[in-house]
Ligand binder design. Structure first.
Ligand code: ASP
Length: 439
């Protein structure tokens, strides 16, 4: 049987196992499509309430989970040689996956010319709505790249913690965890405390998952119902290019990476994380999905040592789906404004997309904010941006749902490869039965 068939069958089996979430997702699409927001405003108030409530409740566990997972991950790895080995492998594989993503996205966008002739489609009312927003984003990005890196250094880790600013939190936690490990036996009580926090947050995640079906239903219905199905036709080439690139990344690059760098069967891995994939689709947030990504990977045999180190870092830094969207969106804009796409400009866009995507937070819409970094980098003016952004905004949520699937799947792919390389993967669990959660 061909690899793609195996992947699709595994996904279908995964969907069957999580049928209730899948039904929520399908019902969400049907309700959003048949009962648009404009005709049923009261219904959408309820849907927004339920959907946002679900995201909030799931995000509630993210900070304690990320911090405890990184501390446990680093202390489990132990000596600094191993840590360097794990860390450099992680960066290498995340690097390869993101470079593949931007290369595919550039090629597809160049072949399909999504932006040519799109200018007439601009909607004036949307332009006005987002004008202020874009001006702020540009102002922020204009500070230049160095500032963006500077902001990643946590002057006050508690302030970063309180504002949910993930990159400084991760940087501080990583340094702190390395120090704890180096300090030796005296750190044991504190590490045990983080182990308890981790166990408790995973338990809370299990409970939250009882709400997954209504949550995913409400989020999907709100997304579909608010933009209306006919919006698709307006920027169809942009959407087509995006979906083609995402599909190549999902069905070709991930299985290929798994085949070249490990013995992990792609179908089994995709099936194992199908629950996380559906929640990623519903929430459009890799951070909110993180607890579930970890649960799925651990239940199906990837060791806690690897999961707790690779997945939290990946959920923040590895955003290949976002990089795909950003590359295609910027090429769309340059074509729309008739800017000549020289090979050098394409490389610059791709390079900036790698940086911009990895500085995006794992929350809905983050990728569209950091896209301003790329546009600034290639010298587009705010006026040009306003028109372009208005187009990109129309379908943002729906594009976001798909790129978030890629973002979390590639984290799991890298975790599986590293687990395979380091003998940290239980193949019996991955390929066979699932372990029951301990009570
Ligand atoms: N929503 C994406 C994520 O959480 C980030 C983005 O906006 O691209 O992974």
């Amino acid at each position: 049987m061909g690899l793609h068939m195996q992947v699709i069958i595994a996904l279908l089996l995964g969907l069957k196992r999580n049928g209730h979430i899948f039904i929520g997702l399908l019902l969400g699409i049907i309700v959003g499509w048949q009962m648009p927001q404009a005709d049923f405003p009261q219904l959408y108030k309820v849907l927004h309430f339920v959907g946002e409530g679900f995201i909030n409740i799931i995000q509630m566990v993210v900070l304690p989970l990320v911090i405890s997972a990184i501390v446990i991950g680093i202390s489990n790895i132990g000596d600094s040689k191993q840590l360097t080995k794990f860390g450099s492998k992680m960066l290498l594989y995340y690097g390869i996956i993101t470079i593949a993503a931007v290369s595919i996205a550039s090629a597809v966008a160049i072949l399909l010319h999504p932006g040519v002739g799109a200018k007439e489609l601009v909607n004036q009312s949307i332009i006005q709505n987002i004008q202020g927003y874009v001006a702020n984003a540009i102002e922020y990005q204009r500070e230049n790249l160095a500032n963006i890196f500077m902001n990643m250094i946590p002057k006050n880790p508690f302030a970063s913690l309180a504002s949910g600013n993930m990159i400084p939190v991760i940087l501080f936690t990583t340094i702190f965890a390395i120090a704890l490990t180096k300090a030796g036996e005296i750190s044991r009580p504190l590490i045990s405390l983080f182990e308890s926090i981790f166990a408790a947050t995973m338990k809370v995640t299990d409970w939250i998952m009882y709400l997954a079906a209504p949550g995913v239903f409400a989020l999907t219905a709100s997304a579909v119902g608010s933009f209306g199905i006919d919006v698709f036709s307006n920027i169809s080439k942009y959407i087509l290019a995006f979906y083609i690139a995402i599909a190549i990344q999902f069905f070709v690059v991930y299985p290929l990476m798994l085949k070249v760098f490990s013995k992990v069967p792609a179908g089994k891995l995709f099936g194992a994380i199908s629950e996380a994939i559906m929640v990623a689709f519903g929430t459009a947030s890799s951070s909110a999905t993180l607890p579930l990504t970890i649960t799925c990977c651990e239940k199906r045999g990837i060791s806690n040592r690897v999961c707790s180190f690779v997945l939290p870092l990946g959920a923040t830094l590895n955003m290949d789906g976002t990089a795909i969207m950003q590359t295609i969106a910027v090429i769309f804009l340059t074509q729309m404004y008739g800017i000549e796409l020289t090979p050098l400009l394409i490389v610059e866009i791709a390079f900036l997309a790698i940086i911009a995507s990895s500085t995006s937070a794992g929350i809905p819409g983050a990728g569209l904010i950091t896209i301003a970094l790329i546009l600034n980098g290639i010298g587009l003016t705010p006026e040009q941006l306003v028109i372009g952004f208005s187009l990109l905004f129309t379908l943002e949520r729906f594009i976001d749902m798909f790129r978030t699937i890629c973002n979390i799947t590639s984290d799991a792919v890298v975790a599986a490869i590293i687990a395979d390389n380091e003998n940290e993967l239980d193949y019996e669990l991955l390929c066979g039965k699932q372990v029951e959660q301990k009570a």
